[in-house]
Design a protein around this ligand. Structure first.
Ligand SMILES: Cc1cc2nc3c(=O)[nH]c(=O)nc-3n(C[C@H](O)[C@H](O)[C@H](O)COP(=O)(O)OP(=O)(O)OC[C@H]3O[C@@H](n4cnc5c(N)ncnc54)[C@H](O)[C@@H]3O)c2cc1C
Length: 474
């Protein structure tokens, strides 16, 4: 039984929601115990009313840097159960694999984990795959590759759910590659009315662009239909020590030198420490592997992006080894922990044509940034028309920070970085930590009003809204 009392949100909840976007350790513990007390109250009440609460979905995000403010997690296995869960509770948030770093998926009342919906149906004639919201990208990839198909791109990790991925504008890299959401052709979701809705690129051009990167605000996505293309092979070739000077007049050449390109830097020494070139390789061909690349030298061993000294076993194969698209486009293998594990992430998107200046602006803070940083990654994303996409109508350079789990230091640094990037109109990644206020977000996301109207249509009473959305967009 997945029943929840209707008036759940009316419980007194102290200090919850967006407070937990980034906390120092003391506040984290304080809020954690307040949340636990409220959760215990909610749990008792739900039990008293015949409600269910779920035990096996962790109550924190993947990196353990954020604790959710509810213990109630619905775990439907099919659409009928989703409808029942949505209609039986006043407020809930959809949950994927919990890889977001801020309170975007948090709720004071209930979450609905969609990992039970994971079917994969390829339509070869239409060049699409219809998949359950909760399928992990890595599992989806293996199945469609087996049938001869591929997605156009993947993020650095294949561990995340399809719906979680496309709801936040998750991206990989490549001058000509839009984020993963741009491949979505149809979104099926259960709205606040408990009915099933479908919006498609073809039939709903007025609303569809707002319904893909929708931050979980218009309903619970059950299935997505996504464009596929014939499977392809990729080889990664890495270089070390690319001078930032080379970016001044060659940023687009460098970022366009392969199908997908990432630069990694610790901001010291006027350089990117590593360059990852992911070449699409035609059958029978080999990737180009010259000894130097814009002055950088060919890596002499497999590397972890965080540094030469870090064990690179979790990383996808490099050194020009050709392999399937889904084992090269992500940086990390599905069977291993991606990145570092206990970390915080931040990312800002700036117009690509201002990318060099933006990099140099951040670099001025290098001696403050580096002590708290695991690594920075620089990637490019093609422009798109999805209203809340970080690359909406502008080819973008994304400046990403993987931080040590030092909440207070990160909290102090973010406004400084945002101030340096202000002249470049930065758009923060919706799923990572930032301190840019609502007014600035409204200015840069020029379709915010349209998005709010769309949310009103499918969720007039805020069933799917949480503190994060209220504070930043709705
Ligand atoms: C190690 C690591 C590496 C990363 N690398 C990248 C990267 O390369 N590129 C990049 O762009 N991002 C990256 N991210 C961020 C990540 O892609 C996003 O946080 C993504 O949203 C996580 O998906 P999830 O399934 O964990 O969703 P969650 O974090 O669980 O949820 C994210 C959002 O999606 C919504 N949502 C989830 N499922 C549904 C559903 N069924 N219906 C409606 N809404 C739903 C939630 O309500 C929430 O708003 C990385 C994160 C980690 C931890």
């Amino acid at each position: 039984m997945n029943n929840m009392p209707d008036n759940f949100e009316n419980e007194p909840v102290e200090q919850a929601g967006d407070d937990c976007i980034l906390l120092d350790r003391r506040s984290f513990l304080r809020l954690g115990s307040a949340a636990a007390a409220v959760s215990a109250l909610e749990k008792n009440r739900a039990h008293a009313q015949g409600g269910a609460q779920m035990g096996n979905v962790p109550r924190e995000n993947w990196s353990s840097t954020l604790r959710y403010h509810t213990d109630h997690v619905f775990q439907p296995e099919d659409i009928a159960a989703v409808v029942k869960d949505v209609t039986s509770t006043a407020h809930l948030r959809a949950l994927g694999t919990r890889h977001s770093f801020n309170a975007i998926a948090d709720s004071n009342s209930a979450q609905i984990s969609m990992l039970g919906l994971k079917t994969v149906e390829v339509n070869a004639a239409a060049h699409t795959v219809r998949a359950g919201a909760g399928v992990r990208l890595g599992d989806l990839a293996i199945e469609i590759d087996r049938q001869g198909w591929a997605l156009h791109n993947l993020p650095s990790l294949p561990h995340i759910s399809l719906a979680g991925c496309i709801s936040t504008g998750t991206h990989g890299s490549g001058i000509h590659n839009g984020n993963i959401s741009t491949a979505v052709r149809e979104v099926e979701f259960v709205g606040a009315d408990g009915k099933q809705h479908k919006l498609s690129r073809e039939h709903d051009p007025a609303t569809f662009p707002g319904a893909v990167v929708a931050l979980g605000a218009i309903g619970v996505i059950t299935h997505l239909t996504v464009d596929v293309q014939p499977r392809f092979e990729v080889a990664q070739v890495l270089y070390e020590n690319l001078s930032f000077d080379a970016l001044e007049s060659h940023l687009t050449d460098i970022m366009g030198a392969a199908y997908s390109v990432s630069l990694f830097t610790h901001w010291q020494g006027n350089k990117a420490d590593q360059v990852w070139l992911k070449h699409r390789v035609a059958q029978g061909a080999k990737p180009p592997m010259p000894a130097t690349f814009h002055g950088a030298t060919l890596a002499d061993k497999k590397l972890h992006p965080v540094g030469r000294e870090v064990d690179a076993t979790p990383c996808t194969e490099q050194e020009g080894a050709i392999g399937p698209w889904y084992e090269r486009l992500p940086h990390f293998k599905l069977a291993f922990t991606p990145s570092v594990g206990h970390e915080i992430q931040t990312e800002y998107f700036v117009p690509l044509d201002k990318g060099y200046q933006a990099i140099r602006a951040v670099e001025t803070l290098r001696d403050r940034i580096t002590p708290h940083l695991l690594v920075t990654e620089l990637r490019t994303i093609a422009a798109d028309d999805l209203w809340l996409s970080m690359a909406y109508q502008r080819p973008s350079l994304a400046i990403h920070f993987t931080w040590k789990p030092e909440e207070a230091a990160v909290q102090e640094l973010l406004p400084q970085i945002e101030a340096k990037l202000a002249p470049f109109d930065p758009r923060p990644h919706w799923a990572k930590v930032f301190t840019i206020p609502k007014e600035q977000l409204q200015r840069t996301y020029v379709r915010s009003n349209d998005f709010r109207k769309l949310v009103q249509t499918y969720d007039p009473n805020g069933k799917f809204t949480n503190e994060f959305l209220r504070r930043l967009i709705l």
